[in-house]
Design a protein around this ligand. Structure first.
Ligand code: ADP
Ligand code: ZN
Ligand code: MG
Length: 496
């Protein structure tokens, strides 16, 4: 990195930043965009391919209806209009990872247009206007062998077309102005909003680190008081929230230094280097590439009926940001407690457990505690741990009824996960119920007192804390299946 940078505060004194975010979202449909090949990530190279996604002459694409449905739901979720007539277009360019020599995309007739998203940074609200959402296909992957894995210095390259033809949505904003000092954070908050929304919609895995959601981050600077847009740079394929913020901030500081010296920002794509946190030039865009867009002749236009659009609107989830606010309020959580739930990815399960009748506090305790621990141990997702929200409700009911205590509850969880049945059945079959039958308890207490005359004497002398040791021994003798409160009462009765 040898760019000259302007101090961030000085940038803001002299310029207004303008952002433009192009976000690619890879859908999680079962099949690809134009053929029946699996769209699942990975697989042995070139095993999920057919004449259509390999672009062989004479093959014909057919639109994946589920992908169109996802595109419309994405559009609706960010307040877009859904086009009554939308067409695919060929975007012509040559690149080895795209054997057709054109990408089927959409140009001036996208499926969704004119939406918006509201984000919040430091308590301030910003509206991000969305120009369009369009559908296209992903390309294959080039693997550069030998050297450092880059094309430069490689001995040869291998092609894997498994990803070719996977449905890809592109969400493009209008130029975002008026964000000032918060520009990089607004970019990040917008990405974060989209990521959470894609997950809530269930249309994409939306894992930025795995590349199924990535952002081209455009930014330019306008001298204060001007209303003419400056020249933008486009940092390509930024793949984490932190990097979106970092790349925007870096470019603002780099461009500020150039403009302050009377220089011109070059319109180009740039690459973000996560390790050193700087950008370097990619492709120059001075001679804008001519993609020779024209309507795709092999596909019919998309004309979604208004009824269908309304049906899809009815399937939209509560926006994640609103849900978060509601949950924090309803359950009386601190920001940190909410953060813990999010870190484990347990909100859906906890909410389902609350809806099934548990108190939020209890639902949180089991999902974030014992169940998270077991999921972690088995290396599975929390919702695959083997216990349902209804079973957690049942478990807590047994605890509340004092049939079991927390310690025994953990054994019940173990049994349920092992497939031994419902919580009550596990209690029954494993004989886990707490013994509150005074006869059995009383006998155990007598035995422990007899075996520990010194401790017993201390308690008689008023050292009540000493009772803990005796309670522990009784619990041990009863294999944990005693009501500890009742044991304490009995000890005190007998020694007073
Ligand atoms: P390209 O295909 O060249 O990347 P697009 O129009 O698809 O162009 O995307 C450009 C993105 O940058 C859009 O989000 C657009 O709103 C935004 N944008 C356009 N002009 C500017 C500018 N001068 N400064 C910052 N962002 C801009
Ligand atoms: Zn195929
Ligand atoms: Mg672009």
């Amino acid at each position: 990195m040898n760019d000259e940078l302007m101090d961030y505060d000085e940038v803001l004194e002299r310029f207004d930043p303008v952002l433009g975010l192009e976000v690619h979202v890879e859908l999680n449909t079962a099949s690809k965009m134009w053929c029946g090949c699996s769209a699942a990530p990975g697989g042995e190279p070139n095993t999920r391919v057919c004449p259509v996604c390999l672009g062989l002459p004479g093959s014909l694409p057919v639109v994946n209806g589920k992908a169109v449905e996802s595109a419309i739901r994405i559009g609706l979720s960010i307040n877009c209009q859904i086009a009554e007539f939308s067409r695919f277009a060929r975007k012509n360019y040559f690149y080895p990872d795209m054997t057709k020599d054109y990408q089927i995309s959409q140009s001036d007739e996208p499926i969704c247009h004119d939406g918006w998203v509201d984000v919040e940074v430091d308590g301030q609200g910003f509206r991000v206007e969305v120009e369009r959402v369009h559908m296209e296909e992903d390309a294959g992957k080039s693997l550069h062998m030998g050297g450092a894995g880059r094309i430069h210095g490689a001995d040869y390259s291998l092609m894997d077309y498994n990803r070719a033809g996977v449905p890809l949505m592109e969400i493009v904003t209008r130029p975002i102005m008026g964000t000032g000092r918060y520009a990089p954070q607004v970019g990040r908050a917008y990405m974060s909003y989209l990521r959470d929304m894609m997950k809530a919609l269930g249309v994409s895995e939306a894992r930025m680190e795995q590349g199924n959601m990535r952002c081209d981050a455009n930014v330019s600077l306008m001298p204060k008081g001007s209303d003419v847009l400056g020249t933008r740079t486009e940092t390509k394929n930024v793949n984490s929230l932190k990097s979106v913020e970092g790349a925007l901030r870096y470019e603002m500081m780099r461009q500020g230094a150039i403009l302050a010296k009377g220089g011109k920002v070059k319109q180009e794509t740039r690459m973000w280097h996560e390790d050193g946190e700087y950008t370097t030039p990619g492709r120059s865009k001075e001679q804008a590439e001519d993609y020779r867009y024209f309507p795709e002749p092999d596909l019919v236009p998309i004309t979604p009926s208004r009824e269908w659009v309304e049906e899809l609107r009815a399937t939209l989830p509560e926006p994640p940001a609103e849900r978060r606010k509601r949950v924090i309020e309803q359950w009386g959580l601190s920001e940190r407690e909410m953060g813990d739930i999010e870190a484990v990815g347990a909100l859906d399960l906890i909410e389902a457990t609350v809806e099934a009748g548990a108190k939020p506090q209890a639902a949180r305790k089991w999902w974030l505690g014992e169940l998270a621990r077991r999921a972690n141990e088995a290396d599975v997702a929390l919702d695959e741990v083997g216990m349902s929200p209804a079973q957690v409700v049942e478990l807590q009911r047994l605890v509340d009824a004092k049939t079991i205590n927390d310690k025994l509850a953990r054994q019940v969880i173990e049994g349920v996960i092992a497939g031994e049945g419902e919580p009550a059945q596990v209690v029954e079959q494993r004989g886990l119920a707490v013994v509150s039958d005074d006869g059995a308890l009383s006998a155990a207490v007598d035995e422990v007192i007899a075996a520990n005359p010194d401790v017993a004497q201390k308690i008689r002398d008023g050292k009540v804390q000493a009772a803990g040791a005796l309670i522990g021994q009784v619990m041990k003798a009863m294999k944990g299946q005693a009501d500890a409160g009742r044991v304490r009462e009995l000890i005190m009765e007998k020694l007073s």
